[in-house]
Design a protein around this ligand. Structure first.
Ligand code: AMP
Length: 398
């Protein structure tokens, strides 16, 4: 696989799979363009080389074929704005077929062509080979820069790669960065390696914890999922979140960790509340002695200090999931403390990767996004990578 940075795109038409699945308001204005700006370095490098860019993406989940609501046409003004007036942005109302082929053929160096929503064709998500072939016709080089969909074996994310020879298919800059930092954490981690796993449910995080038991030296468990562990250990958790059907899983994880010599850190104390409400009454209690009628909604001060100490002596840190209900002010101190500790550790030379929707939202909210080594844009793809699964989008290029 060629390195994107050293590939010369001059005179070439690059077919680039991006993730432009951005939120739109009622007026079809882009309300958060993070995913679009993330792809700009890749687009700009191809244009600067003297190449042309054909962009393909999905938008939303159109169930019944083409609908204006999910048309990528709505993104053209914003994309033009981001690229600047000197870059011409064309649009075609279908991603395959004669019109698309003519538009691609007529595209000049320095120009961009945005194709209509890939998911307007059912064949995209089915990974249909003929559809992939029809897309492949449009470009001479295939670039995958959509890490967010790398865990899907769709036509444009995986199947299409085999239509290009190995020296004409590669990752874009965003994808390269994502893959390199994920691999650094999973396969070349300096020890101590601490994984911080939070969020609501144990069931969502079992596979990732199991895979990390073979890699990490320390696993911090916080958030709602911590109370299933507390309960499994015989604690009283009041009306905290608990997955009764996962109590055995929690015990199993704890005993496997003990066997493998991995330290599991649970929150010693919690910020408790008498209701799941921003205005609830609150108190502090040991996480295994929460009074009836109360629930743990954040880690407490003792846990914050203990987790801080583990994090700041780590050399590698992976963070997925908040420590509490950080959307409400009364329950955000735990997640904020973790963000601070990860930033402090990073300043002292640790490599830190933050991934998964809510922890990314948290570091952004508290303003620590530029104080960690890498913030992953691919929620589901990141999770599956750390679960130890092979991502079709990565495998197809390699
Ligand atoms: P996840 O998507 O699984 O990472 O979970 C994130 C969600 O878990 C956030 O919306 C948090 O508000 C929520 N959460 C975190 N801690 C708790 C808790 N102790 N009780 C209930 N919900 C929680």
């Amino acid at each position: 696989m060629p390195s994107f940075s050293s590939f010369d795109f001059s005179g070439k038409k690059a077919l680039v799979r991006v993730d432009f699945n951005v939120p739109l308001d009622d007026q079809f204005q882009v309300t958060d363009d993070t995913r679009m700006t993330a792809a700009l370095p890749t687009i700009r490098k191809i244009l600067a080389d003297g190449g042309a860019v054909i962009l393909m993406s999905h938008l939303g989940r159109p169930k019944d074929g083409p609908t204006d609501k999910y048309s990528l046409r709505h993104l053209v003004p914003h994309l033009s704005e981001l690229l600047g007036t000197e870059t011409k942005v064309h649009f075609v109302p279908d991603c395959i077929g004669e019109t698309a082929e003519q538009a691609a053929a007529g595209l000049q160096a320095g120009e961009v062509l945005l194709l209509e929503n890939l998911r307007f064709h059912k064949a995209e998500e089915k990974g249909d080979a003929a559809f992939a072939e029809a897309l492949a016709k449009l470009g001479e080089v295939y670039v995958n820069d959509a890490f967010g969909t790398a865990h899907r074996a769709h036509a444009s994310t995986a199947v299409i790669a085999s239509s290009f020879p190995a020296d004409r298919r590669m990752f874009g800059l965003l994808m390269e960065g994502e893959v390199a930092s994920a691999e650094k954490v999973l396969h070349q981690s300096e020890k101590p390696f601490t994984a911080i796993i939070g969020g609501a449910k144990v069931s969502d995080k079992i596979l990732i914890i199991e895979n990390l038991l073979d890699r990490a030296t320390d696993i911090i468990i916080g958030g709602g999922m911590a109370y299933t562990f507390m309960k499994a250990k015989g604690g009283q958790i009041g009306k905290s979140l608990c997955e009764a059907e996962r109590l055995d899983t929690a015990i199993e994880i704890l005993s496997k960790a003990a066997e493998k010599g991995v330290n599991i850190h649970l929150p010693a104390d919690s910020v408790i509340a008498d209701a799941f409400d921003a205005a609830a009454n609150t108190d502090i209690a040991p996480s295994d002695a929460i009074p009836d009628g109360w629930m743990g909604l954040d880690i407490g001060p003792v846990a914050r200090q203990a987790f801080h100490d583990v994090i700041t002596r780590s050399r590698t840190i992976l963070w997925n999931g908040p420590m509490g209900v950080f959307e409400m002010e009364k329950f955000q101190a735990g997640t904020r403390a973790i963000a601070e500790a990860v930033a402090e550790s990073t300043r002292n030379g640790a490599f830190s990767l933050v991934g998964g929707g809510d922890s990314v939202a948290a570091v952004n909210k508290f303003g620590f996004d530029d104080q960690v080594s890498y913030v992953s844009t691919g929620g589901g793809a990141m999770l599956e990578y750390f679960e130890g699964k092979v991502l079709p989008g990565i495998a197809a290029i390699r």
